[in-house]
Write a protein that binds this ligand. Structure first.
Ligand code: GLN
Length: 269
C-alpha cells in the first residue's frame, strides 16, 4: 500500500494519521507529502494499523506518539503524566512576565512532564527553576525531558509542600488537578487515559487549589507571586481563597477561548 492510501484508510483526523505514519517511518510529516506514492513496507503498515486501532479505542495521540509539543519545547509524555494543554501556555506567559519583573527563583508545583518548568527555563535560562511532583514516575519523565532539552531544573519529590521545609521562592506556579471527582468530563476525550492524580482535585475539584493557596505563603518570599491555573468556573472561588489567605493584587486572566483560566496573587509580609 502507498502512503497516501494508508493515511486515508485510517479514518481518523488526517493530521493525526500523518503524525502516526511519520513516527512509524521515522520521518517528518513534510516527507509524507513528497512521498505520497511510495509503497510502505508490510511491517510498517501493520504497526501503523495497530496504533490507529489504539487511537480509535481512545488512546490519546500524545501517548501513541510519545511526545507533545508545548510552548517552544517537545516533551516526552507517557501514561504517568498529564498531556500538556494549550491553555497552560498562558500560565507560562504570565510566569515569564514575573521572571522579567525580577522573580529569579521559580517553583512549578505538580510539574508532571515538566511542561511549565522546562518552558520557563527554555525561555529564561538565567532563572533558577524547581519542579516538584509527588509521583516518582512523573519526575522521571520530567528529568528525561530536561536532559533531552539540555535544561537544568532542580527536581523535587514532594507531596505538595510536605518535603520543602522552609525553602522559599519568588514565584510559585501550578496547574494542579482541579476537576471534581464526579465530573462527567472525566469520561471524555483523552481524560480517561490520563492519571487521575493529575486531573482530580478532590470531591469538589477545589481541594488541591485550596491546599496550595493555604500553604504557599510559607514558601514565598516577600512580594512573591502565586499563579494558578483552574477550571473555567472556579475563578471566583480561587480569588476568594487567595484574598482570604492574605494575598493582594489578586487578578484573573482568560484563556484563548475567553474562559477565566488563571488567577494569581501577590504575597507581602
Ligand atoms: N504541570 C503539568 C502541566 O501543566 C502537569 C499538571 C498536572 O498534572 N495537573 O502540564
Amino acid at each position: 500500500m502507498i502512503a497516501r492510501d494508508l493515511i486515508a484508510s485510517a479514518h481518523i483526523h488526517r493530521g493525526e494519521a500523518e503524525a502516526v505514519l511519520a513516527m512509524v517511518l521515522g520521518v517528518d510529516r513534510a516527507w509524507l507529502y513528497a512521498h505520497g506514492d511510495d509503497p510502505i513496507a508490510k511491517a510498517a503498515v501493520d504497526r501503523f494499523n495497530e496504533l490507529i486501532h489504539a487511537r480509535r479505542e481512545g488512546k490519546p495521540l500524545a501517548y501513541l506518539l510519545g511526545y507533545c509539543d508545548f510552548w517552544t519545547v517537545r516533551l516526552q509524555v507517557n501514561q504517568h503524566v498529564l498531556i500538556p494543554r494549550r491553555e497552560t501556555e498562558h500560565l507560562v506567559e504570565w510566569a515569564l512576565e514575573q521572571i522579567d519583573a525580577g522573580a529569579s527563583r521559580v517553583l512549578d508545583m505538580g510539574t508532571g512532564s515538566g511542561a511549565i518548568a522546562l518552558s520557563c527555563k527554555a525561555s529564561r535560562p538565567a532563572a533558577q527553576v524547581s519542579g516538584l511532583d509527588s509521583s516518582p514516575h512523573a519526575l522521571d519523565c520530567a528529568r528525561e525531558n530536561a536532559i533531552a532539552l539540555g535544561l537544568e531544573v532542580d527536581w523535587l519529590l514532594s507531596d505538595w509542600f510536605s518535603a520543602l521545609s522552609s525553602r522559599t521562592w519568588q514565584l510559585i506556579i501550578a496547574n494542579p488537578p482541579y476537576i471534581a471527582a464526579d465530573d462527567p468530563h472525566l469520561l471524555q476525550g483523552d481524560l480517561p487515559a490520563e492519571p487521575a492524580s493529575a486531573l482530580i482535585g478532590g470531591a469538589t475539584g477545589m481541594e488541591s487549589l485550596q491546599h496550595i493557596i493555604q500553604h504557599a505563603r510559607d514558601h514565598l518570599s516577600d512580594g512573591g507571586w502565586l499563579l494558578l491555573e483552574h477550571g473555567f468556573d472556579q475563578a471566583s472561588a480561587v480569588r476568594a481563597a487567595l484574598q482570604e489567605h492574605g494575598f493582594c493584587a489578586v487578578t484573573t486572566r482568560a484563556d484563548w477561548s475567553g474562559h477565566e483560566r488563571l488567577t494569581g496573587g501577590q504575597w507581602t509580609r
